[in-house]
Design a protein around this ligand. Sequence first.
Ligand code: NDP
Length: 338
Amino acid sequence: MIEPVYAPAPTRYDAMEYRRSGRSGVKLPVLSLGLWHNFGSYKPMQEIKAMAHFAFDKGVCHFDLANNYGPEFGTAEENFGLLMERSFRPYRDELFISTKAGWDMWPGPYGNWGSRKYLMASLDQSLKRMKLDYVDIFYSHRYDPETPLEETMQALVDAVHQGKALYAGLSRYPANKAREAYRYLAAHDVPCLLYQDRYNIIDRVPQEKGLIDLGAEYGSGFISFSPLQQGLLTGRYLNGIPADSRMARGTSLREDALTPTMLDALRGLADLAQQRGQSLAQMALSWLLNDPRVTSVIIGASSVAQLADNLKALEGTGFSAEELHRIEAISAPIQLLR
Ligand code: NDP
């Protein structure tokens, strides 16, 4: 059977909010879609397509990828390439697509960390897998203490000069190295567009380390990943561990995260969310969007239903002082500060 040609919803930009990334010309949807889990080889293409189309139909025009998203490594980018071929090609200029290199990707000394050799080869591979001429932003996925920072940064600058990426970004850098990186990039006329880190009601590290304000100082936007702490900040684990959940798959979210203290706090947060007329997931996303320093929040989702739930967070981004105070009090015992 021939599938109908995808036609995105004409209303796709009506309800989404777009925020400017730092001092750049780029605006991003406040909710972006990440393809770390749920878009790799084990997920049926029909489901991948349904989630990607649903997202774009709702104005989610930023898709966040990395070389090793899957599982297996590379398969999320391959599947995104199929989406480009079959659905998104006519809309390429409406899409903001990222990729990254910095974590383990292929064996040997050139498939990990921050060398120019790795970053350049990885970006070429990513473009082939995604069937793209360029990505909108290429990130150094993590700081490499053994490679001179200048080498990693110059690779980002050159990727932009070669037209393989329009902008450069950083993810998970220590604050002092992030500062050096911002300076290097700015001095080479490729200012950092986005700093990406995990930030949510539970994980406050970027705030505590001053990374959000540091990026703003250098004109960078801030984009939060794992805003639901991989699913903990949802109703998913309040009554056990569902067989089809990320925790049950045992990859990046471990069962030992579900301590009695964690469960108590999650239940308290879920009660508060209910009083606000929201799901816990919605409240967790709204809490992030309540902070004007947050340019965008990269959600993960394993179904269209989860995406639909999460998109409703846009309707409740206001909080009373009392509600914010209660969130602090309930989450205090589970906050990661480091
Ligand atoms: P989340 O914190 O949003 O977790 C997503 C998971 O939460 C889903 O897979 C699903 O779990 C569960 N979930 C989502 N919505 C709901 C809902 N409404 N109700 C119930 N459960 C829900 O984000 P991720 O950890 O997936 O990270 C998001 C993106 O951030 C990644 O895809 C990636 O692009 C980026 N990222 C970047 C990193 C970096 O180093 N720069 C590191 C990690 C992520 P389930 O599968 O169990 O259904």
